[in-house]
Write a protein that binds this ligand. Structure first.
Ligand code: BGC
Length: 925
């Protein structure tokens, strides 16, 4: 999300996004709906608005309810589905008509109408009744459309370019074209398209769709996505031409290390099927076959890591328009490749989301002209240039300047991140690269004809187009910058798969990183569909023995590391909690079982997992001090702790899915693992064999210790934090420590860690100018030198996992595991750390949830927003019931409040939906 106060000159890419952003940023200021009639909004099918080309036979339908009164519940819904808008409106010939269903369910309602055919579009709407028997109007009409459901319906062939023998990764990108004549009037047309590599498609001279990095990155040998575009408007009666450029991408470009390429194959190929329905009802299919022509164009090299070389003089004007002379082009070759792996995308596509303008132009001591984008971003530069033909402009991308002020590229390792554009000359030229992205804040420019200005450089930010959902803000500007950096870490690393980093020769779906950041990710953006897709790849790439690869999609062929592979259970569990999504648990169930089965196998009779290579508490605090070499947590302890935790989650999941036998089995297994853990790693006094913050955080967060040993262990953790006065955790302990401190009553210490500005801490990088989260606590050291360039990403989201504590504890928005997806919200704000206010909003499946507190003039003001059809429990800290007022009124007889009681030094309030504002005298505890 864009911080409003930041002086970086961000401009939103699309005004639509801006509107959503403002709405999310400021719901507290929203004008309340005054009508008491419930309204319906934000209808989604499988998390999407009007999806085209889906394959889910029974999509789940969700809607949000609006209302001008408090304590609103849905008591029934009525959904109708039809093939046409007219039928839907008239109620005649409906495909599915639920009638009034007495149910409060307003999210994930399963479509149970007749099975749908490929390409079939259906329209739907819903109306509800609330608990006062007030009906809503029928909602707006929305739709979904099926993709190609059966392999036999793919009637086209894979084609490849003629000179496809060259197996060196960098060669000019092939282009493909085909002309065709449509002699009747068109009623509708779709194109279904995919490739081996990455494609950009054009129709009659115009780019089709606004997605980039299509067809996306999946477990290519098992699942290859195709996209569906509505091209009704792009086609015309008469002559048409279609074309596509294909790049190497993840399929056959450089990926991984040591010049590895051709990971999935050495031939780029294209598969495209156009289905046309004419006004007379006839249909026609046109698609890739041996009649296509192929050549190369201006892209001489395009590699994800290395950048692009583009010679505009080689552009073939009009190549995707009818009438272009392609007589010199070669015939495309039909090749054999699977079609049974084709799947419709479930996650959001990658798009250009924002534009960033540079804030400065500098000349470095080495004499380079460098633009400062003001933000470490992911995407590319759009270049504006005018000059003579053949002039080459070179852009070099770097995350940071070194202490002398020169661009620093050592941490990119083998990734070149160099874009070269050769001008065709004459008019002004505007260029953006195609099948590559760069992670950078600084761009060095060479060879520019004339003097480049800020106006000539525009940063294009790309990422998976996940709807922004959350925002956190408080009275500390530094913490707000931390939140900003967390969100930019998410943008930069949610590029179709959750990656570790976006700049060096890596950019892979590291499971551990994904696991630790998942909860934070679900606050900031709607990532349900994004993870649903990635988890399918995880299951597809899982090894036969149940082990889970280190990276998904798997390109390293290694796996089984504790805390990394547990993404297979923790991520679906997190999606379930955050979105109330049971389906993802069902779909991943076998994969989860297999992973726990693998750990059981590894641990043997003793239930101790002490084998196998593990990453451990990756990048934990390290020193050269002889009395404290660093926070090394025993890997066996970590592995056994995760074995227990994943088993615990799986046992809960088995219960949720009604698999009682499994639940009993995993309960027994968990008991054995806990016993083994306690015997091996815990002394009777609550000391762990690894006396580290991570070890205590794991044992406590995963509930591995019996009371009262747990309390003693928590004291030890607290003492460790007190004595070091800083965090010592790595990837594994970082998402846990603050939550554990809060759970055991040490929120003050968690705040101390949060507010600390010296290394190691979350705020230290900000004092060094960070605009994203770093891979290491000291990526740039206090003396401004860099950590080991072999592994020093300055845009790595893992340590951003503190984000969840900001939402859950500081702002105090917590999920009730028994009623996930914010059906029952637990508001538990924790003022402290010298903050005078904090505010968070999350656009949940039910609507906006808000929590905002402020201490002013000796009063504590607390405002919550509870969306219709949900309810909440508010815990007011440090409060005496008699002193609490809601909107200036005594607590009795406040509409929406059902129950209030004093609970120690807190006041607990049960309430229904609505917006409430509590105030009371504030005394520090
Ligand atoms: C990645 C990490 C990852 C790790 C495994 C690194 O190269 O960047 O984020 O989790 O390897 O330990």
């Amino acid at each position: 999300m864009i911080t409003k106060k930041s002086n970086s000159p961000f401009t939103m890419y699309a005004t639509g996004i801006l509107v959503i952003c403002l709405f999310i940023c400021n719901p507290f200021a929203m004008k309340a709906q005054t009508s008491i009639k419930p309204g319906i909004t934000n209808l989604r099918t499988e998390y999407k608005t009007n999806p085209v080309g889906i394959e889910v036979q029974q999509p789940r339908l969700s809607w949000e309810i609006t209302s001008g009164r408090r304590d609103v519940k849905q008591t029934s819904y009525h959904i109708r589905v039809a093939s046409t808008i007219e039928e839907l409106k008239s109620g005649n010939n409906l495909l599915w008509n639920t009638g009034n269903v007495n149910s409060g369910q307003s999210i994930h309602v399963l479509y149970e109408g007749p099975e749908l055919n490929s390409g079939q579009r259906v329209y739907w709407q819903v109306r509800i009744q609330d608990d006062k028997n007030i009906p809503s109007e029928w909602s707006e009409i929305v739709y979904w459309e099926m993709g190609i459901l059966h392999i036999s319906e793919w009637q086209v062939s894979w084609i490849s370019s003629a000179n496809e023998q060259d197996v060196s990764a960098s060669q000019p990108c092939p282009i493909f074209r085909k002309e065709f004549i449509l002699d009747k009037e068109i009623s509708s047309a779709r194109v279904y398209v995919t490739c081996l590599g990455l494609y950009e498609m054009e129709l009659n001279g115009q780019r089709v769709g606004d997605e980039v990095f299509t067809p996306g990155w999946t477990s290519y040998n098992n699942r290859l996505q195709y996209q569906t575009y509505d091209i009704t408007q792009n086609l015309k009666t008469g002559k048409n031409a279609i074309g596509a450029t294909v790049g190497n991408g993840w399929y056959r470009g450089f990926l991984g290390w040591e010049d590895n390429h051709n990971t999935y194959g050495n031939k780029q190929a294209l598969l495209m099927q156009i289905e046309i329905t004419y006004k007379d009802g006839n249909t026609e299919i046109i698609g890739t076959d041996a009649t296509w022509k192929t050549s190369t164009g201006p892209i001489l090299m395009s590699e994800i890591y290395h950048g692009e070389t583009y010679d505009a003089r080689l552009e073939k004007d009009g190549w995707s328009k009818a009438g272009f002379n392609d007589k010199d082009w070669a015939d495309a070759k039909i090749i054999d490749h699977h079609k049974d792996i084709l799947v419709a995308p479930e996650g959001p596509p990658v798009r250009k989301i924002e534009k960033v303008k540079p804030i400065n132009k500098i000349t470095t001591p080495e004499g380079e002209i460098v633009f400062d984008m003001g933000q470490n971003m992911v995407g590319w530069i759009q270049l504006k240039v005018k000059g003579s033909p053949g002039t080459t402009v070179t852009l070099k991308h770097a995350e940071v300047l070194d202490k002398e002020g020169n661009i620093y590229i050592e941490n990119l390792r083998a990734a070149k991140q160099i874009v070269q554009y050769t001008l065709k000359g004459g008019k002004e030229e505007i260029y953006e690269p195609h099948f590559t992205f760069q992670g950078f804040r600084y761009v060095a420019i060479e060879g520019y004809p004339g003097d480049p200005t800020l106006d000539d450089i525009t940063g294009i930010v790309i990422h998976s187009d996940m709807p922004p959902t959350g925002n956190f803000e408080c009275s500390s500007e530094m913490i707000n910058l931390l939140q900003h950096n967390i969100q930019w870490g998410q943008k930069g690393n949610f590029l179709d798969v959750p990656t570790d980093c976006p700049q060096r020769d890596e950019r892979m779906g590291w499971t551990g990183d994904a696991q630790v950041f998942a909860r934070t990710a679900c606050f900031n953006y709607d990532v349900a569909a994004f993870y649903t897709k990635w988890l399918k790849d995880l299951a597809a790439d899982q090894f036969d023995n149940g082990s889970v690869p280190w990276v998904i999609p798997d390109v390293l062929n290694r796996g089984g590391s504790a805390a990394w592979a547990d993404a297979s259970i923790i991520v679906p569990w997190t999606v379930y909690l955050s979105y109330g999504d049971k389906q993802v648990l069902k779909e991943q169930y076998e994969s989860m079982k297999a992973w726990v089965g693998y750990m059981k196998e590894q641990s043997g009779e003793k239930y101790l997992w002490n084998t196998g290579p593990h990453f451990g508490d990756w990048l934990a605090f390290n020193t050269t001090r002889s009395d404290y070499p660093g926070a090394t947590t025993d890997k066996d302890l970590i592995a056994t702790a995760f074995f227990a935790y994943s088993t615990n989650l799986l046992q809960k999941i088995a219960e949720i899915l009604g698999k009682q036998d499994d639940a009993i089995k995993y309960t027994a297994l968990l008991k054995n693992i806990k016993n083994a853990f306690q015997k091996e790693f815990v002394t009777p006094n609550g000391r762990l064999t690894s006396n580290t913050q991570t070890a205590y955080s794991l044992a406590l967060a995963f509930d591995l210790l019996p009371e009262p040993i747990a309390k003693k262990a928590a004291e030890r953790l607290a003492n460790d934090v007190r004595s070091f006065k800083h965090i010592t955790t790595g990837f594994v302990g970082t998402p846990l420590i603050s939550n554990v401190l809060t759970e055991y009553g040490y929120t003050d210490l968690a705040y101390m860690l949060l507010n600390r500005k010296e290394y190691p801490s979350w705020l230290y990088p900000i004092t060094m100018g960070a605009t994203t989260i770093w891979e290491r606590w000291d990526g740039i050291k206090p003396d401004s030198t860099f950590q080991d360039p072999g592994m020093n990403s300055l845009n790595h989201y893992a340590y951003g996992a503190i984000g969840e504590w900001l939402y859950r504890v500081v702002a105090g928005i917590e999920i009730d595991e028994k009623k996930p997806g914010y059906k029952h919200i637990l508001f538990q704000p924790h003022p402290g750390g010298g903050l005078t206010n904090a505010k968070a909003t999350i656009h949940t499946m039910y609507g906006i949830v808000g929590s905002e507190w402020e201490i002013s003039d000796g009063l504590f003001h607390y405002q919550v927003i509870v969306p219709p059809n949900t309810h909440a429990t508010v815990t007011l800290p440090n409060a005496v019931l008699e002193n609490v007022q809601e909107d200036g009124k005594e607590m009795k007889n406040v509409t929406g409040i059902k129950e209030v009681h004093q609970d120690g030094n807190a006041v607990s309030i049960e309430l229904g939906s609505g917006k409430y504002r509590f105030s009371y005298q504030w005394k520090e505890e």
